[in-house]
Design a protein around this ligand. Structure first.
Ligand SMILES: [Zn+2]
Length: 370
């Protein structure tokens, strides 16, 4: 049976079960009925991977060896993210869709057994863990040839509501500590499917950058009584020269110490911990600025920029009073035909060297004629 739920802004979500037991969720604006069956033969789901502690830096590394066999850049007629046709049965059984989210077929992280717990972090003797968590795929449109920047404002709104809905639901799982929706675009950064889509990673532990941001925000609060991110935003507004776009509810800027040739942070002006806390007004204001920024990014060199666009949210259970929602877009493209590679200093030492001033890339982004 199809299960439907009403979300805000007139959007409905219909859950359906796929042949192998995974769930697909349709986010619709016209109350479509979603009853098509997944007619593909059942394939065995890959086993759960391992979580190993890198004791040198006290960070978890997820081992997902089963992902080696993934499809790699199939042609459009074999795209598993396009709607199902008479010629091809895909991940989406319906013949058309608006936005869908389904459980990843070869996930890096999977829901664990009920008695699962993260092993103690204790140096080289730390026990092996299971790679607990959840990985989902989110398709932005049924149109294979489009990009995020080509979506209508209404569609971006549906996408935002889908991200909010997934954050809300995944936050209820006892084994999930952090939820990160992101999009990778471009073969340069290892995208394996050209269809416009993103992923939602729900971790059973705090990813290293989140852990570091949390520790930094906590110690800043302890010594100043203030919220670090709010002060950062205030400085960007004061400095003004790295701001790229602004509306009543959101602001987009190149951060003072950006690490990539193009790095843009987009944040709501009324700070919130995560997507679920966005007001209706802020939700309405997101699409215009998101589309403007993506168009500016592609406009800089007149080519499709490879990028990573990731939501930073406060973790599910900790740091919700000190961490703030923001959307971080980074691109390694520094000129047509030139990429920034993470080499010795960045990869081995974790010390970023930027050969371009953030003020310069902000000016380039502002100059783009839309
Ligand atoms: Zn496709």
């Amino acid at each position: 049976m199809a299960q439907s739920k009403r979300l805000s802004a007139g959007i409905t979500r219909t859950n359906r079960e796929m042949a192998d037991g995974r769930t697909i969720r349709y986010y619709d604006t016209k109350h479509q009925t979603r009853t098509s069956h997944d007619r593909r033969p059942i394939e065995e789901q890959p086993g759960i991977g391992e979580l190993r502690l890198d004791p040198l830096v006290n960070e978890w590394v997820a081992m997902a060896a089963h992902r080696q066999g993934r499809v790699f850049l199939p042609p459009k007629e074999l795209c598993p993210l396009c709607p199902t046709t008479s010629e091809l049965l895909t991940e989406i059984p319906e013949s058309d869709y608006e936005v869908v989210v389904f459980d990843n077929r070869s996930p890096s992280l999977r829901p664990p057994d009920a008695d699962w717990a993260l092993p103690d972090v204790a140096g080289p003797d730390s026990d092996l863990g299971t790679a607990a968590g959840k990985c989902e795929v989110i398709c932005f449109t049924a149109d294979h040839g489009k990009s995020f920047k080509d979506l209508s404002p209404d569609r971006v709104h549906v996408l935002l509501e889908a991200w909010i809905d997934r954050t809300e639901e995944l936050s209820l799982e006892p084994f999930i500590e952090h939820i990160a929706p992101f999009e990778n675009r471009g073969e340069e950064i290892g995208v394996t499917l050209a269809h416009p889509h993103g992923q939602i990673y729900a971790y059973s532990y705090l990813p290293p950058r989140v852990e570091k941001m949390l520790a930094t925000a906590n110690s800043y609060k302890a010594s100043t009584g203030k919220i670090l991110f709010d002060q950062i935003l205030a400085r960007e507004i004061r400095d003004h020269k790295r701001i790229i776009a602004r509306n009543n509810d959101w602001i987009a800027y190149v951060p003072y110490a950006s690490r990539y040739p193009f790095e843009i942070h987009i944040a709501p002006l009324e700070p919130v911990a995560d997507l679920t806390e966005l007001t209706q007004v802020a939700r309405d204001g997101f699409a215009p600025i998101a589309l403007e920024i993506m168009k500016r990014l592609d406009g800089v060199f007149g080519i499709e920029m490879a990028y990573i666009a990731a939501w930073h949210q406060a973790p599910v259970r900790v740091g919700r009073d000190v961490l703030r929602l923001h959307w971080q877009i980074t691109s390694v493209r520094r000129a047509p035909g030139k990429l920034k590679y993470l080499a010795g200093s960045e990869s081995a030492m974790g010390a970023f060297i930027m050969d371009m001033r953030p003020e310069q890339s902000a000016a380039q982004l502002r100059k783009v004629k839309l």
